[in-house]
Design a protein around this ligand. Structure first.
Ligand SMILES: Nc1ncnc2c1ncn2[C@@H]1O[C@H](COP(=O)(O)OP(=O)(O)OP(=O)(O)O)[C@@H](O)[C@H]1O
Length: 196
């Protein structure tokens, strides 16, 4: 067990968006987090990541903060850096040498179908490609836990399915929680949490 959530509640102002969520996550387990738009999926991911304090309930972790990577729904790429440099950024910021960081990032980017765009700037990429660069950045870091918010939201169905399959395979040594409102995406995961 790397994370245990008990009776989580999140409210903004007086408005409760998540209530009574409890769950456990083990090392290497892969969960889809489903629920309609506005049901609190992003809020829950932020709480699990330790980035948002819940209004109620507790999260117990056996993880260090540096073992967790959160991938936001809007890909946060640095506009001045190439796709490959962006994919290598997480490792670079942790002190890895450029060549090693870029080798690891390239492997993940290419697995995600991003071969041939290493030198492209984010503005030259589609939204779906930018999302995959952000996923490559997370995978390259090989964290114990990846929390990804709608990583296939900008992808067509076939690319979404392929991306999820690669993500599940490349993250086989990491625990993974992926928020999605796409039932086809959720169906590919061995486990599921639903919020409503
Ligand atoms: N910082 C905030 N202040 C006020 N309201 C917020 C804040 N963050 C989120 N909300 C509201 O809380 C509700 C849940 O938002 P959240 O983003 O967690 O849901 P979601 O399930 O991820 O939605 P989506 O699928 O549309 O991304 C929404 O109605 C949203 O407008």
């Amino acid at each position: 067990m790397i994370l245990k959530a008990a009776d989580l509640r999140v409210a903004y102002g007086g408005r409760t968006v998540l209530d009574g969520f409890s769950a456990e996550l083990g090392d290497g387990e892969h969960y889809a987090l489903t629920g309609r738009s506005g049901s609190g999926k992003t809020s829950l991911l932020l709480v699990l990541a330790g980035l948002l304090e819940p209004t109620g309930g507790t999260v117990d972790r056996t993880l260090e903060p540096r073992e967790v990577v959160y991938v936001p729904q809007a890909p946060s790429l640095v506009p001045e850096l190439s796709a490959l440099q962006n994919a290598a950024l997480g490792l670079r910021l942790r002190g890895h040498a450029p060549a090693e960081a870029e080798d690891r990032a390239r492997e993940q980017a290419h697995a995600l179908g991003l071969a041939g765009i290493d030198d492209a700037l984010p503005a030259e990429l589609s939204g779906g490609m930018q999302q995959r660069v952000a996923l490559a950045r997370a995978l390259a870091m090989a964290p114990r836990l990846i929390l990804a918010d709608e990583p296939t939201g900008a992808l067509d169905r076939a690319t979404a399915a392929r991306t999820i399959d690669v993500l599940l395979r490349q993250a086989r040594d990491s625990a993974l929680v992926v928020a999605t409102h796409d039932p086809d995406v959720a169906a590919r995961f061995p486990h599921r949490w639903t919020v409503s």
